[in-house]
Design a protein around this ligand. Structure first.
Ligand code: ZN
Ligand code: ZN
Length: 262
């Protein structure tokens, strides 16, 4: 059996997780080493403090989300104390254990997660009961940061078109001749990426506002849509043909496989 993932820091890291952290540090680098120096002293202080607060809050919550372990609490018990008559337990044949009724098995992490919402590749971890609100904080902080960064990039590109000498003087004075082109190229590339992230993340936030108000998870929404489309109840198994109801010889109650992949 494959090893179970506990947190998003377990190896191997996901490619999107690595790219997200590279983009995060590239954004911080360009902001503090290129965008801030060309501002007036008052703007330098205000921008540094505002962006710094959001960055620290974002990194802290992204770290917490990655480090969290949303594994079903029954699986975390050592030793597991299972009472076969417990009404709130069902059976996962992949974990080879009883788990909570609201748990789903994540195929990427190979473990059951309480109130499974989805598996997030950007933190390489499942989002479930224990870390859902940290996830919400992370996407809200990300949206705020992208707004600030996009405004700053747009401002630099705007200034470049009207007063490029100011930018040349400041940047060349710090980093040498022609280094201002690095700033403009970085602002264009990271600005476009920020706009894409801003729009995609904005959609994600509105989706989760809708999910919270309707009291359902992302996984349940996907299952409902599939049920509507195909008539197949994927709440039992979202992507494989392993779904089966297994009469329990031990308890007399029915047991089922509960697999979710994404
Ligand atoms: Zn499981
Ligand atoms: Zn997972």
């Amino acid at each position: 059996m494959n090893k179970s993932r506990k947190t998003g820091f377990d190896c191997p890291p996901h490619l999107l997780q690595v790219l997200a952290w590279i983009l995060e540090f590239a954004t911080i680098f360009v902001f503090y080493f290129f965008i801030v120096p060309i501002q007036s002293l008052l703007n330098q202080i205000l921008m540094s403090v505002l962006f710094g607060i959001f960055q620290l809050a974002f990194i802290y919550h992204a770290f917490l989300l990655t480090k969290s372990d949303p594994t079903d609490s029954t699986l975390r018990q050592k030793p597991r104390i299972i009472r076969s008559t417990d009404a709130y337990l069902t059976y996962c044949s992949l974990c080879v254990s009883e788990v909570s009724n609201d748990s789903k098995h994540c195929m990427k992490c190979n473990r059951c997660v309480s109130k499974f919402d989805h598996h997030c590749n950007f933190v390489n971890n499942c989002i479930g009961k224990c870390n859902y609100w940290i996830f919400i904080k992370v996407i809200i902080l990300l949206e705020m940061m992208e707004v600030i960064f996009l405004v700053c990039c747009s401002y630099v590109i705007y200034i470049w078109n009207f007063d490029s000498n100011h930018i040349k003087d400041v940047i060349n004075g710090i980093y040498g001749d022609n280094s201002e082109f690095g700033l403009i190229i970085a602002c264009w590339i990271l600005g476009v990426l920020s706009l894409i992230i801003l729009l995609a993340n904005g959609y994600l936030i509105s989706l989760h506002v809708w999910l919270i108000t309707h009291k359902i998870t992302t996984y349940e929404l996907i299952c409902k849509k599939r049920l509507k489309k195909t008539g197949f109840d994927s709440s039992v198994n979202i992507d494989s043909d392993e779904t089966k109801i297994i009469p329990s010889a031990l308890t007399g109650s029915s047991k089922r496989n509960i697999h979710a992949s994404s």
